[in-house]
Design a protein around this ligand. Structure first.
Ligand SMILES: NC(=O)c1ccc[n+]([C@@H]2O[C@H](COP(=O)([O-])OP(=O)(O)OC[C@H]3O[C@@H](n4cnc5c(N)ncnc54)[C@H](OP(=O)(O)O)[C@@H]3O)[C@@H](O)[C@H]2O)c1
Length: 304
């Protein structure tokens, strides 16, 4: 039976450690602070930001939610970010994406001070990460590494294949695995014969954004499969394709009218030695690592 890598438990352990660090910093009069900027009313973004703010409260991190209207201009957002960059009580700035189309998202992300860039999206942090300097790494890939390490999965010397090359997940995941001494291969939409490459992977990271794209024959028996994908499916035919015979899932699907599937076909997990389930695998790590980055930023800014 493949081992299930329990992201919920690992995230809970990280959050306990972060809370302990926050307590220690408090003894020295320091309270890490996160500003979460949520523009307009995107229901999914509202849920994400609320859960980030709630987690801050649980761990003793100060947080402030700033909610400019949908009509906000790039100039107004730049002024808001400049104000947050200058504030002593704010260590992390989070611009919840997507921003409205009329706002220049790239310009704004680049205007966040790299030292407060707890999402790790700023090119300066990408450069620091690549150069092996202390950096705020993007939360989801940093979470992938935590899952592997805390589950005792060897990384050094292993063949790691990352499918996906986004700046947010694929590229930084590959860079972090390289720093852990894996031999890395990065695949993308132009890769020829993807399966022949993924079958070489001791560690296979799927960050594609296509439901169930990695099928059983693309996985080396015994490999560790990390499924970063989050895809909502609502079509009963598609549901059957992925979850035929899964009674528990069928119950949820009929109650909610949707379910989440990763970028890996659930049947492919049977071939693996270990895997992250969806939901309950990589997902919970993202917020945990955001909290960890906020405390890290608070320390780094003060030279601690
Ligand atoms: N767990 C979490 O907290 C979390 C966080 C972020 C994202 N995600 C999920 O992770 C997935 C990836 O997110 P992302 O932001 O990295 O997505 P993205 O920016 O859309 O990037 C997708 C990557 O997959 C590649 N790709 C697309 N089709 C492919 C194919 N047929 N064969 C091989 N590669 C292919 C693309 O290649 P090209 O570069 O050639 O186009 C691209 O590099 C999504 O499901 C997203 O929802 C989860």
């Amino acid at each position: 039976m493949p081992k299930v890598l329990d992201g919920v438990a690992i995230a809970a352990a990280i959050k306990l450690e972060v809370a302990e660090e926050v307590r220690k910093l408090a003894a020295g009069g320091i309270r890490p602070g996160l500003a979460a900027v949520l523009v307009g009313h995107v229901p999914a973004s509202e849920i994400y930001v609320r859960s980030k703010v709630k987690t801050c409260a649980e761990l003793g991190i100060f947080s402030e939610m700033i909610t400019p209207p949908e009509s906000v201009t790039t100039e107004e957002m730049l002024a808001l970010v400049a104000d947050l960059n200058a504030r002593e009580d704010i260590d992390g700035i989070l611009l919840q994406l997507p921003l409205p189309a009329h706002v220049d998202a790239k310009l704004l992300l680049d205007s966040v001070s790299p030292d407060k860039d707890v999402d790790g999206f700023h090119p300066v942090n990408a450069g620091r990460l690549q150069a092996g300097r202390p950096a705020l790494a993007p939360c989801t890939p940093a979470g992938v590494i935590e899952i592997l390490k805390r589950s005792g999965i060897p990384i050094s010397g292993q063949n790691a294949v990352v499918v996906g090359r986004s700046d947010i997940v694929g590229k930084p995941a590959a860079m972090l695995l390289l720093h852990e001494n894996a031999t890395i291969t990065i695949c993308h939409s132009k890769t020829r014969d993807l399966g022949s490459i993924t079958r070489q992977a001791d560690i296979l990271v799927a960050a594609i954004g296509r439901p169930g794209y990695i099928t059983p024959e693309m996985v080396k028996p015994g490999a560790t499969v990390i499924d970063v994908g989050i895809n909502r499916i609502t079509d009963p035919v598609e549901f059957e394709k992925f979850f035929a015979g899964d009674g528990k899932r069928a119950d949820t699907f009929s109650k909610r009218g949707s379910t989440i599937v990763g970028d890996v076909h659930p049947k492919a997990f049977d071939v693996a030695g270990a895997y992250t389930p969806v939901p309950g695998g990589v997902g919970p790590l993202t917020i945990a690592m955001l909290m960890s980055n906020t405390v890290r930023a608070a320390r780094m800014r003060r030279g601690l």
